[in-house]
Every structure is written in C-alpha cells, then in structure tokens.
Design a protein around this ligand. Structure first.
Ligand code: ADP
Ligand code: MG
Length: 338
C-alpha cells in the first residue's frame, strides 16, 4: 500500500477505518483482536480475528477492546491501532505521517493519552485526536462552520452520538451506550422470550440487517432463523418477520429517539428553529437500519436524511479535518480536538 503523509483513523467500537488523502478509505476492518488466553499472545487482528470467532480452540478469545465506547484493554487497543497504522503506511518508510484519530466519546483523558501514545509509537509525527460528532458531520458533507447549525446522529456499535454543531463547535450533545450491539442483544432476548430459541450474536445481527426495521415496513419481510431450542436443547428453525423485529427493537430505538429529543431540548431556540429547515443527518452503521430515518423524523418532527455511505463518514471526516487546519485550529480552541 502506498504512502500518505496524512492519515485519518476512525477507531470505532465495531469497526476501524483508515482514510488517506487522495485515496479515500484504504482500510476497513472490525475492531477485533484474537488473543490466546493462556499466553496472552495476540494471534490476529481485524477481519482475520473476527473470522476466527467460533472456529477456534477454547483458549482463543476474540476481544473488542472498545466495545462499550471505553478502552477496556489498553494493551490490546494499542496493538490493534499500531497494526492498522503499520498496515496502512507500510513497513520501513522514512516519512512519518500526520495522524488524526477519532475516538468514541466515552473515552477518558487517560485513555486518550494511551491512544495518542500508540499512534506515535506506530510512526505518527503529529497525532491529533478528535471527537466523533464533528468528524461524522464533516464526513457527511455538512458545513460545521456555519452559524445556522447542523444536527448529526451517529449510531455505531457500542455508542450513539447525538450533537448539534454550529460555528465549528458542539452546542448540545449526548452520547449513549445504546446502539447496534444493544439492538442485537434486544433481538437475542426477544427470541429467547417469544420463541424459546437461543441464538448467537451473529445470527441476531443478520436478523437485524436482513429483516430488522425501526418503522412498519410497507412490505413485510421474513427470514428463517436457526437457533437452539431452550427446552429440548436441539437445533430448531423459526421464520421471523419484520414486524416481530420492530417489536424486538422497540426499546433501544425508543432510547435513541428520546436522547435525540433531549438534545433538541438543550438546543437554543434560534438554532432549533434553523434545524427545522436543515434537518438531521444520520451516520454510522446503525443509520442503515431500515426505517430508522422515519422513526427519528416521527419523534423529532424534523426531516431526517441518511448520509451517503454512513459507515465511512467518521473516517472521511478525520481525513478532511487534517486537510483543513483552519477548522482544526478554531475547533481546537473549543476543545474538540485535543
Ligand atoms: N444494514 C444494517 N442495518 C442495521 N445495522 C447495521 C447495518 N449494517 C451495519 N449495522 C450495524 O452498525 C454497527 C457498526 O457501525 P459502525 O458505525 O461501524 O460502529 P462504530 O463506529 O461504533 O465502530 C454494528 O452494530 C452493525 O450491526
Ligand atoms: Mg463510529
């Protein structure tokens, strides 16, 4: 892979993406590391590690070190970040890139220092950190410097980030630990209660992606779902419809909508009025859930648009922020870049 002087990294709870100037997204891998529990040795990183899940001896475990939007394991996070940077930059290069990393918003100052340290050790010359809402907004093509304000909702794996941004700074925001993972858990719980069927996380995610919905679908969709019968202990198939998924996903969706409503309540009235024409932009993998735009529109009364390629907005935003140091400097004063 070729060399770039500027690298933007979305260190997400579910996926890591790397953006380089001129090339765009050059790497997109799950934030997963496979570790040998007995020796603590790291065996694989990214998609290779995810593929090992469920196919490996019991002593090999897969860790998602940022799962809940906090760094649960420094060492593993550092290893993962270094691995992805080295993979992007290539070994044995003389130049040291400038790196912008976007970290989940629950990450503490101490954890941020660990991330910065890891990026520096991996060869970064200047390393900047950036919070998610601004990166998401820039990546979605919104002009965050305007006085009118924009609202962005990023629904990732571990966290949903909701923010109103104007003049390069965050006016009102919240981050909640309810996003894609909680949706999967809600589906697992639903299947256990309603169908007495035990399903794993992967199956739950497939149900969510294929038949899941946040708003009644015009045309009902169904999917055959395999699991283990809780009573007999034997494998069993059940046909699941999208209206069942609507019910299963109700709680996490309700929480996300209420949080969005809460951020609007914190927004100064003039800005809130501007938003009624500009609307809300959705980013992150959760923006791909069927009907989520309609659900949020219904609760907030605002127009909702799904960003183009919502999974890559944050990474694109980090790269663009590096390219646009004016915005960077101004926002840094507002403590959005650290
Ligand atoms: N088509 C889809 N429908 C619903 N959810 C999706 C879809 N595609 C991906 N997701 C979910 O998006 C989440 C990952 O989004 P991402 O923005 O990469 O998270 P993070 O930024 O936290 O790493 C996962 O929970 C995944 O299940
Ligand atoms: Mg994200």
């Amino acid at each position: 892979m070729g060399f770039s002087e500027e690298i933007g990294i979305d260190l997400g709870t579910a996926n890591v993406l790397v953006y380089t100037k001129g090339k765009g997204i050059v790497l997109q891998e799950p934030s997963v590391v496979a570790v040998d529990e007995e020796t603590n040795e790291i065996l694989a990183v990214g998609s290779e590690a995810k593929d090992m899940l469920g196919r490996t001896p019991a002593n090999i475990i897969a860790i998602r070190p940022l799962r809940d939007g906090v760094v649960s394991d420094y060492l593993v996070t550092e290893m993962m970040l270094k691995y992805f940077i080295k993979k992007t930059v290539g070994a044995g290069k003389f130049f040291r890139p400038r790196i912008m990393v976007c970290v989940p918003s629950g990450v503490t100052e101490v954890e941020k220092r660990a991330v910065r340290e890891a990026a520096t050790q991996a060869g970064g010359k200047d390393v900047f950190l950036m919070e998610e809402p601004i990166a998401a907004a820039i990546g979605a093509g919104l002009d965050i410097t305007r006085p009118e304000g924009v609202m962005v909702i990023d629904i990732g794996g571990g966290t949903s980030d909701i923010a109103v941004i104007a003049l390069g700074g965050i006016i009102a925001n919240t981050s909640l630990k309810v996003a894609g993972d909680k949706m999967n858990e809600a589906i697992i719980t639903y299947m256990r209660k309603k169908h007495k069927l035990y399903i794993g996380e992967r199956t739950a995610e497939l149900l969510k992606i294929n038949v899941g919905t946040a708003f009644p679908r015009e045309e009902e969709k169904t999917m055959i779902c395999s699991g283990r019968d809780l009573v007999t202990g034997l494998p069993r198939d059940v046909e699941i419809s999208s209206s069942e998924m609507l019910e299963a996903l109700d709680e996490p969706l309700h929480q996300i909508c209420e949080a969005a409503h809460g951020v609007l309540e914190q927004t100064p009235p003039e800005l809130a009025a501007d938003l009624s024409s500009a609307g809300i932009v959705l980013t992150g993998g959760g923006a791909l859930l069927d009907g989520i735009d309609k659900r949020i529109a219904q609760r907030t009364g605002l127009q909702v648009r799904i960003a183009d390629d919502p999974l890559s907005c944050v990474a694109v935003g980090t790269g663009k922020a590096l390219e646009n140091l004016e915005v960077l400097d101004r926002s840094r004063k507002k403590n959005r870049f650290i």
